[in-house]
Design a protein around this ligand. Structure first.
Ligand code: IMP
Ligand code: MG
Length: 181
């Protein structure tokens, strides 16, 4: 694997094949649940864009995609507990069925905030789809309607997830080990 950085190494946790299979299953459930109702996917940047790009190709519904950039993490892997909207949606979601697409639920602070925030904009419904879930780290409850994988309390990278902007291009999810620690 060519993606290497000094003092760090990665260990595969969820393979590309496992991800593909799960993405197809999730998309199938979403397609059945919403029947022919139009859907607005709210993709949380940057981490969820790879997941969302794969997911939408298996969802057989009329849908729109919009993006939101939030920050709860600084350049390090520690949460600040503060959620900020860095870039808002382009379009109104009033009266729309909204599905938030997120890479990972960790403390839950980000999605807890966003869920309440988007509901206040008057959508017909709001649900959450997250590829990864770290239940051991949860600080606030979050209703994740569509969940990919539960993972242990490890810092993971790849398939869109980063550490200090690195590793987003790994085609799998891996645990990041830092040799100095
Ligand atoms: P929460 O608010 O603590 O649930 O944090 C959610 C956000 O933190 C995710 O959208 C990710 O951007 C980031 N995050 C949490 N855990 C990890 C991880 O293991 N690797 C990379 N990013 C993570
Ligand atoms: Mg994120």
């Amino acid at each position: 694997m060519a993606v290497t950085y000094p003092g760090e190494h990665t260990e595969v946790l969820v393979s590309a094949d496992q991800i593909t299979h799960k993405v197809q299953q999730l998309a199938h459930r979403i397609t059945l649940d919403y029947k022919d109702r139009p859907l607005v996917l709210v993709v949380i940047l940057k981490g969820a864009y790879v997941f969302a790009a794969d997911l939408i190709r298996y969802i057989d519904l009329p849908l729109h995609v919009d993006f939101m950039a939030l920050s709860s993490y600084g350049p390090s892997s520690r949460t600040s507990g503060v959620v900020r909207i860095q870039n808002d949606l382009n379009d109104s979601i009033e009266g729309q069925h909204v599905l938030i697409v997120e890479d990972i639920v960790d403390t839950g602070l980000t999605l807890n905030y966003l869920f309440g925030h988007l509901k206040a904009r008057g959508p017909a419904s709001v649900r959450i789809c997250a590829l990864l879930d770290k239940p051991d780290r949860r600080m606030v409850a979050v209703p994740v309607h569509y969940k990919g994988f539960e993972i242990p309390n490890e810092f993971v990278v790849g398939y869109g997830l980063d550490f200090a902007e690195r590793y987003r291009n790994l085609p799998y999810v891996a645990v990041l080990h830092r040799d100095a620690e």
